[in-house]
Design a binder for this molecule. Structure first.
Ligand code: HDE
Length: 755
């Protein structure tokens, strides 16, 4: 993977002036300078602009730079006004007939304010409602030039991007860390128009044909009677559908694997899923599958941790993304393609390339890198950008074309259609976040929320009145020309190719490619989800399906459910495993990882200062955890406390360092803090610290201790020579070893798998 200097990359970004010194002079942003205690009543000079009320990038709806000053399209001025710009003298009281009288219908300010508020919400997305996004830049390597003429893939070409990550099932306010597929949608504002790569973090899909999409979504969404459960697949209708509809088996297995509970958006792969077609300058076609490879590797939470996180910090993933960008730990992904000859049968190594329930193992077709994406700027307004962004797999640029994958074909209809109700009409491409950065001359006119004042009298072709303008372009002038794919003489049918009938072989390939630890997690996930189903017949049916993947998987899940194991419908093959599918066993950068440091009151803090500095220098985040908030100022070099024993929970930390064995604090008793275990308190160490360490241990996280820290580990029964536990006399070497452990993400050898 190519290394870049993230700070330099950010500075060169086309929007760099907007991202300078994020948040420093913004009222309400975290700052070392406290705000005044009382509300100012007169504008001070200068009044800082409110960045979240700034106007959009001042492109016209036709994509041209307008030269309009920000204040003309944004909120400005230091006085409160109506929407018509008239100054107001009071916004705290409605107009009444006397101080105790009824409100008057003539109160235009009241009605305008409330009416606007009444219409603030728009329909959430039918799927992928919960999302978080960021701006960034994509830089082409030029390596795709032989197979693709798209200009943005050229060597060194930099293209602004906007990426939205999402869960699929939950509503807009649901938790981030539920077990689900994640959306990974990227909008490239290229010089040849917008290209959208609307993918997921799982490379296969539940269905092979778009006509089934409402079925899988209705089955997976909450039950229609009580609208529960929210944002999860652990319920009858989901399992009812996927057990009857066995083409969903492969995707379901990925969901039950650790891929369903990512540690961070920054640590997810992305996949275009469908096979696309790239076309080069000579007009030759190559079939490809798109892959995003995260620089930080692919990592997950453990299930208990994900569940705790959903309660402790439902915004865990969106916070992680925003914090990392703000801190300069810029997330990066390499875009790569697997390439396949565009043969008549459109198969590769016997795998049907039009079947979206199939992958092509990377060992058979390596992923070739073609560019690097860096996310370097958080959105400044969630609604205007993250909510209003509208992706569409049909947004293509010359050089990138679609195939006849029947799932993709249906998507080409759906996305445009859905935006019309979600964004209130056909003019959503004019919204700032959706505007292309190229000139637009589309002859589309009028409609709801038209923001352009179009000139000219002849929005039709051919015309003579507007001088014949606009003119069509040829391929040499950058026109998008569909690849002239030859189609065999055929008949209309509602059917699929026979190759689409294989629903299990790749699920088996995935299972066989997992390490024992990952298999344990899969077994646990199936057992958990099915135990949540009420209908015994559904559990039995799923166990029957699992027999077609693997006997051990089936047997273990069946045992957990108290059911007999099933037999496969046909003898199982033994394909060569694909090691690239496993998340474990490699080493990765530790950028942006969070390390908690537990301190005791009155202890020597020199070691803490040393490790805190070293953690920062390694691009990670140190968070000091103590009994009380505030700072500890032993030698005139204060150490700030970021978390207290009452607020800290293991889910926030990738590793924990224990610098001391803090005695029970004054609030460490059950009546005050239910986490405090009065029994454990007898160990002489604050029981919340013991809970923190036990949980971190259970979740496979590295633990380090020096000075009296080892006493805290011992108090909770964690031996200092257990795997992933480092104890020593000096803080610095302990941190070094913990850093190495973090490079492998988790300490899985702490637990012995039984499969
Ligand atoms: Fe989507 N999908 N989808 N989908 N999808 C939507 O579009 C749809 C599919 C994906 O962050 C909707 O704007 C159909 C596959 C992402 O805004 C909707 C089918 C993949 C996002 C829609 C699929 C995806 C969506 C809802 C079956 C991975 C969120 C709101 C043919 C390759 C994008 C919207 C964002 C969103 C339809 C299948 C990815 C309803 C009909 C396969 C990442 O149009």
């Amino acid at each position: 993977m190519t290394e870049t200097n993230p700070a330099a990359a950010a500075a060169e970004h086309p929007d760099a002036q907007d991202s300078a010194a994020p948040g420093r002079e913004i009222p309400g942003a975290p700052s070392s300078v406290p705000p005044p205690v009382a509300e100012p009543v007169e504008p001070g000079a200068p009044v800082p602009p409110k960045p979240d009320q700034r106007g959009p990038q001042t492109y016209s709806p036709t994509g041209q730079k307008t030269g309009i000053a920000q204040k003309e399209v944004a909120q400005g001025g230091d006085r409160l006004t109506t929407a018509q710009g008239t100054r107001l003298y009071d916004t705290d009281h409605s107009l009444k007939a006397g101080p105790r009288g009824p409100s008057l219908l003539q109160d235009h300010h009241l009605r305008e304010k409330i009416t606007h508020f009444d219409h603030e919400r728009i329909p959430e997305r039918a799927v992928h409602a919960r999302g978080a996004a960021a701006h960034g830049v994509f830089q082409g390597y030029g390596t795709a030039r032989g197979i693709c003429k798209a200009a943005f893939l050229g060597e060194g070409v930099r293209t602004p991007v906007f990426v939205r990550f999402s869960t699929v099932l939950g509503s807009r306010g649901s938790a981030d860390t539920v077990r689900d597929t994640r959306g990974f949608a990227t909008k490239f504002y290229t010089d040849q128009g917008v290209f959208d790569l609307v993918g997921n973090n799982i490379p296969v899909f539940f269905i092979q044909d778009a006509v089934k999409f409402p079925d899988i979504v209705h089955a997976a969404k909450p039950h229609p009677d009580r609208e529960i459960p929210q944002a999860q697949s652990a319920h009858d209708t989901f399992w009812d559908f996927v057990s009857l509809h066995t083409e969903a088996t492969h995707h379901t297995l990925w969901n039950m694997s650790d891929r369903g509970i990512p540690r961070s958006f920054r640590m997810m792969e992305g996949f275009g899923i469908h096979t696309f077609r790239l076309v080069n300058a000579e007009g030759a076609s190559t079939l490809v599958k798109f892959h995003w490879k995260p620089r930080l590797g692919v990592h997950s939470q453990v299930w208990e941790e994900a569940q705790l996180t959903a309660g402790m910090d439902p915004d865990f993933h969106r916070r992680d993304l925003a914090d990392a960008i703000e801190a300069g730990a810029l997330p990066q992904w390499e875009l790569g393609v697997q390439t396949f000859p565009d043969t008549e049968d459109q198969t590769f190594a016997g795998i049907d390339l039009l079947d979206p329930t199939k992958i092509v193992p990377e060992e058979l077709a390596p992923v070739k890198p073609i560019g690097l994406m860096t996310l370097d700027k958080n959105p400044s307004n969630y609604f205007a950008e993250t909510e209003q962004v509208a992706f569409h797999p049909g947004n293509l640029v010359p050089g990138i074309d679609v195939t006849n994958d029947p799932l993709l074909q249906g998507r080409l209809f759906s996305y445009l259609d859905t935006q019309i109700s979600r964004l209130g009409g056909p003019n959503f491409p004019q919204l700032p976040i959706n505007r292309t950065h190229t000139p637009v001359n589309d002859m589309l006119r009028d409609g709801m929320h038209q923001t352009a004042v179009h000139r000219g009298v002849a929005p039709y072709r051919p015309n003579s009145l507007d001088g014949g303008c606009p003119f069509t372009a040829g391929a040499d002038a950058g026109a998008y020309i569909e690849f002239p794919e030859p189609l065999a003489a055929t008949a209309k049918v509602r059917d699929a190719a026979a190759t689409f009938d294989d629903h299990f072989s790749q699920a088996r390939l995935f299972w066989l490619s997992m390490t024992p630890t990952e298999r344990e997690h899969i077994i646990a996930a199936y057992t958990f989800e099915l135990a949540k189903c009420r209908e015994p017949a559904i559990r039995e049916r799923v166990v029957g399906t699992l027999a077609n993947i693997d006997g051990e998987l089936c047997g273990q899940v069946a045992a957990g459910l108290g059911l007999p194991a099933a037999r496969p419908a046909a003898a199982l093959d033994d394909p060569d495993p694909s090691p690239a599918l496993s998340q474990l066993g490699r080493r990765w950068p530790v950028d942006g990882r969070t390390i908690g440091i537990v301190i005791a009151e009155g202890q020597d803090l020199s070691g803490v200062r040393t490790v805190r500095q070293a953690i920062l220098e390694a691009g990670m985040v140190p968070l000091v955890i103590a009994a009380r908030a505030g700072t500890r100022d032993a030698d005139g070099d204060p150490v700030a406390v970021q978390r207290t024993f009452a607020t800290a929970r293991s889910i926030e930390f990738d590793a924990i360092l224990v610098a001391g064995a803090p005695a029970p604090a004054s609030d460490a008793y059950g009546a005050r803090d239910a986490k405090a275990d009065d029994e454990l308190a007898r160990a002489g160490v604050d029981s919340r610290v013991l809970l923190l360490l036990t949980e971190a241990y259970r979740h496979g996280k590295a633990l380090g201790a020096w000075a009296d820290g080892a006493d805290a580990l011992e108090a909770v029964g964690i031996a200092t020579d257990s795997p992933g536990v480092v104890a020593g006399d000096q803080a610095a070497p302990v941190l070094e070893r913990v850093k190495e452990l973090l490079g492998g993400h988790r300490v899985w050898d702490r637990f012995t798998p039984s499969v």
